[in-house]
Design a protein around this ligand. Structure first.
Ligand code: RIB
Ligand code: CA
Length: 311
């Protein structure tokens, strides 16, 4: 029985690879894709989500627009990483598939209520605004959500948008705080693990060698996406953050983590959006997340190439 998921996303080149991986994996049933403002504004993230679904040959996929702004702060975007369109690299055709008229938050609420309790997993690839808004509007769904697998946070790896905060959490720290205090089982994929999932020339060439429109597009997406991080970190590739969320559901044995308490800084200007991970258990705060710190990077990229070849 495939695992039912909703993908909440702010595409974003790495989001795009994550969505393609999900749509290529028979272990998963994608009930819908909800876009959120993050890397670029909502009008672009919802458009990009539809472009990616059509690239995957899935114009039937339900794509929704969610929240255009964080709960209580001004939107911070990341065009410097993802380009003006949010999906710079390949030229993808304008989508012909429709955007659903229902608000993404209402789709999340309605779907969790309609499906048998404990059978819907939320895979979040961007700021947590849609999820937090859904929990505020419909507190009853917290007990019905099976698990949240989220890309976000950083501890030993420190921040990427400020010295202490990772982008997805920083854009909407209040939303992240609501999610981390919701009682819903959380698997957190922080920069601590995604920075070990670096693209390399060989890994991007493996995508290009697929010789398919998807392989070529993914090679062009990652070619563009890696330039910023390579310059910033002097590394020989860029972290492919969001596909870690999907790969965890398909092949969890690729990852290693620890059940710990993670809280979000929401008051200090200096460390706003920091994920304070009690890795050594020095507080009496109860564990609320599997904080993933390591992965088998070669196995991760082999899975990606094998699955993308199926599209
Ligand atoms: O910090 C990395 C995260 O921010 C990724 O999800 C990337 O797509 C951006 O949303
Ligand atoms: Ca993202």
């Amino acid at each position: 029985m495939p695992r039912k998921i909703i993908i909440d996303t702010d595409p974003g080149q790495d989001d795009a690879v994550a969505i393609l991986l999900a749509l290529a994996s028979p272990e998963l049933e994608v009930l819908g894709v909800t876009a959120v403002a993050g890397n670029v504004p909502l009008a672009l993230t919802e458009l990009n989500a539809r472009k990616i679904c059509e690239l995957a040959g899935r114009p039937d996929m339900l794509v929704f627009a969610g929240c255009a702004e964080p709960l209580s702060r001004k939107l911070v975007t990341a065009e410097h990483v993802h380009g003006r369109t949010g999906l710079d690299g390949p030229v993808l055709p304008a989508p012909t598939m429709p955007l659903q008229s229902q608000h993404g938050v209402d789709f999340i609420i309605e779907t969790v209520r309609k499906q048998p309790s404990g059978t819907v997993t939320l895979c979040t690839l961007g700021p947590l605004t849609n999820i937090a808004t859904a929990l505020q509007r419909a507190p009853d769904i917290a007990d019905k959500i099976q698990e949240i697998i989220l890309m976000g946070g950083a501890y030993f790896e420190v921040g990427n948008i400020t010295p202490t905060a990772e982008f997805n959490i920083y854009v909407d720290p209040e939303a992240a705080d609501i999610v981390m205090k919701s009682g819903i089982p959380v698997v957190m994929m922080p920069l601590d693990v995604t920075h070990k999932a670096l693209t390399t020339r060989a890994r991007i060439d493996a995508f290009r060698k697929l010789g398919t429109p998807v392989g070529t597009a993914v090679a062009n997406l990652t070619d563009f996406f890696e330039r910023f991080d390579m310059e910033k970190y002097g590394s020989d590739g860029a972290p492919l953050h969001d596909p870690c969320v999907i790969a965890y559901l398909v092949k969890p044995e690729l990852f290693k983590g620890r059940n710990i308490n993670v809280e979000i800084e929401i008051t200090s200007d200096l460390t706003l959006g920091m994920t304070v991970a009690d890795w050594w258990g020095v507080t009496d705060r109860s564990a609320n997340a599997l904080f993933v710190g390591d992965l088998d990077a070669d196995g991760f990229y082999a899975l990606l190439a094998e699955r993308l070849a199926r599209l």
